[in-house]
Design a protein around this ligand. Structure first.
Ligand SMILES: Cc1cc2nc3c(=O)[nH]c(=O)nc-3n(C[C@H](O)[C@H](O)[C@H](O)COP(=O)(O)OP(=O)(O)OC[C@H]3O[C@@H](n4cnc5c(N)ncnc54)[C@H](O)[C@@H]3O)c2cc1C
Length: 371
C-alpha cells in the first residue's frame, strides 16, 4: 500500500508514534483518542538507546532529546546503599546519548507535534462507537459523531484495550501481578546524572528527567490490590521506603504531597495468538503490556508503531503487512514482558531474585538488535 486511509485508535505513546510514522510514509491518518488531550500523567518515563534510535529514525531526535534529560550510565546500589557498580550505557547511534528520562507530558507533546506535522487529524474525546469491517475496508463511526471508511485500523488503546476485546473477546483481561509501583517527582540535585537502581525486594530507582527534576519509583508487594484513597498516600509511600537504603530514606522524608504520589497496581498481558484480524491490528500495551521493571513498555510501543508503518507501506494488503509486523515484533516483545515478570516475581519472593545489573546488560544487548 503506497497510500491509503488509516484510523489509529488511541493517541498515547504508540498511537501518536504510529500516526507520525504512517503520516511520514504518505498515509492519510486519523487518530481517535478517548481523553480530551489534557490528562497525561505528570510523572516521568525512562527510555533506553533502542528508543533513542527509533525516534531518531523518524527525525525526532532533536525535539525528543531536548525535552528530557540524557544520561550515559546506570548506578547499581546494594539494599544497604553501597554503590556496587556504575555501568556505562551504550549508545546505538554515534553522537547520541544512550538513555533518556523524560516527563510523560513532554514526550506526549513531541509525539503529538510529530503526528500533526504530517497532517494527521487527531480527534480528542473520540472512541469507536461502531466498526464494520469488510474485505475491502473498515467502516467506523466515532462517538464524536464523525465517521469514515478506512483501508486499515490500528488499535493502540492501551492495556485495557477495547479494540483487543472487540477483535479477540476470548482473551482474558490483564493479570494483576501482586505488585504495585509508587512514583513521586523531586528536585534534581546538580550532580545527579545517571539512573540509580537499588537491588532488593523493594525495587527502588531514581531517574533524572529534566534539568530540574528526577522521579523516584518503588515497586512493592500489594497482594490484596487495595484501592488507596489519595489522602495518606505520601505517608504510605514513605512507609514502604522505610526499610530501604539510608539515602533513599533521606529522600523519602521529602515525599509529603498526597496528590503528587502516583500509585499504580502492576498488570501484564501478552497475546500469544494473532495480533490482527482482517484489516485491524493491535500494537503497544493493547497486545503486550509489560510491568515496568525493564523500562521498555513505551519503547516497545514506539518500535511497534515504526514497524507497522514500514510493513504497511511495503505490502499490497494490510493482512500481509500485519502478519509481517507481528513476525518482526513478537519475540522481542515477549522477552520484555517475560523478563520483566521474572524480575517482578523475584522481588515478590515467588522466584529467584534477579540481579538488576545483569538483567539490564542482557536487555541492552538484545534490544540493540535492529528492529
Ligand atoms: C508504572 C508504570 C511505569 C512505566 N514506566 C515506563 C518506563 O519507564 N519506560 C517505558 O518505556 N515504559 C514504561 N511504562 C510502560 C508504558 O507506559 C506503556 O508501555 C506505554 O504507555 C504503552 O503505550 P501505548 O500507546 O500502547 O498505550 P498508552 O500510552 O497507554 O496509550 C493508550 C491511549 O489510548 C487511549 N484510549 C484508551 N482507551 C481508548 C478507547 N477506547 N478509544 C480511544 N482511545 C483510547 C488512552 O487515553 C491513551 O491515550 C510504564 C508503565 C507503568 C504502568
Amino acid at each position: 500500500m503506497k497510500s491509503g486511509r488509516i484510523l489509529v485508535v488511541g493517541g498515547g505513546i504508540g498511537g501518536l508514534t504510529a500516526a507520525a510514522a504512517l503520516g511520514q510514509k504518505g498515509f492519510e491518518v486519523t487518530v481517535a483518542e478517548r481523553s480530551d488531550g489534557t490528562g497525561v500523567e505528570g510523572v516521568g518515563i525512562s527510555q533506553q538507546a533502542n528508543v533513542v534510535r527509533a525516534l531518531a529514525s523518524l527525525g525526532l531526535a532533536e525535539e525528543y532529546l531536548s525535552a528530557g534529560f540524557a544520561y550515559e550510565a546506570v548506578e547499581i546500589y546494594a539494599p544497604d546503599g553501597a554503590l556496587i557498580a556504575r555501568v556505562p550505557s551504550r549508545s546505538l547511534i554515534e553522537g547520541y546519548p544512550a538513555s533518556l528520562g523524560i516527563p510523560r507530558p513532554a514526550l506526549h507533546k513531541v509525539l503529538h507535534a510529530a503526528a500533526s506535522a504530517t497532517g494527521a487529524v487527531i480527534r480528542n474525546s473520540a472512541q469507536v462507537a461502531e466498526m464494520v469491517p469488510s474485505a475491502e475496508e473498515v467502516g467506523v463511526i466515532l462517538t464524536d459523531g464523525s465517521s469514515g471508511h478506512y483501508d486499515a485500523v490500528v488499535g493502540a488503546d492501551g492495556i485495557y484495550s477495547q479494540m483487543r476485546h472487540a477483535l479477540f473477546p476470548e482473551v482474558p483481561p490483564p493479570q494483576f501481578t501482586g505488585q504495585a509501583v509508587w512514583r513521586y517527582n523531586l528536585p534534581r540535585p546538580p550532580d545527579f546524572d545517571a539512573l540509580h537502581v537499588y537491588n532488593g525486594p523493594t525495587g527502588v530507582g531514581l531517574v533524572p528527567m529534566s534539568q530540574t527534576q528526577i522521579y523516584i519509583y518503588a515497586t512493592t508487594p500489594e497482594p490484596a490490590n487495595p484501592a488507596y484513597s489519595v489522602e495518606g498516600l505520601a505517608a504510605r509511600m514513605r512507609e514502604r521506603l522505610s526499610g530501604c537504603a539510608p539515602q533513599i530514606q533521606e529522600i523519602a522524608a521529602r515525599i509529603v504531597d498526597d496528590a503528587a504520589v502516583v500509585y499504580r497496581p502492576l498488570e501484564a498481558i501478552f497475546l500469544d495468538g494473532p495480533w490482527y484480524k482482517g484489516r485491524v491490528a493491535l500494537l503497544g500495551d493493547a497486545v503486550h503490556a509489560t510491568t515496568p521493571h525493564l523500562g521498555q513498555g513505551g519503547g516497545m510501543a514506539i518500535e511497534d508503531a515504526i514497524v507497522i508503518a514500514e510493513e504497511l507501506s511495503r505490502h499490497d494488503t494490510p493482512q500481509q503487512a500485519f502478519a509481517a509486523y507481528r513476525q518482526r515484533r513478537v519475540e522481542r516483545c515477549r522477552y520484555v514482558v517475560e523478563k520483566s515478570l521474572e524480575i517482578c516475581r523475584g522481588q515478590l519472593g515467588q522466584g529467584p531474585l534477579i540481579d538488576n545489573a545483569r538483567a539490564s546488560a542482557e536487555m541492552n544487548i538484545l534490544l540493540a538488535q535492529p528492529i
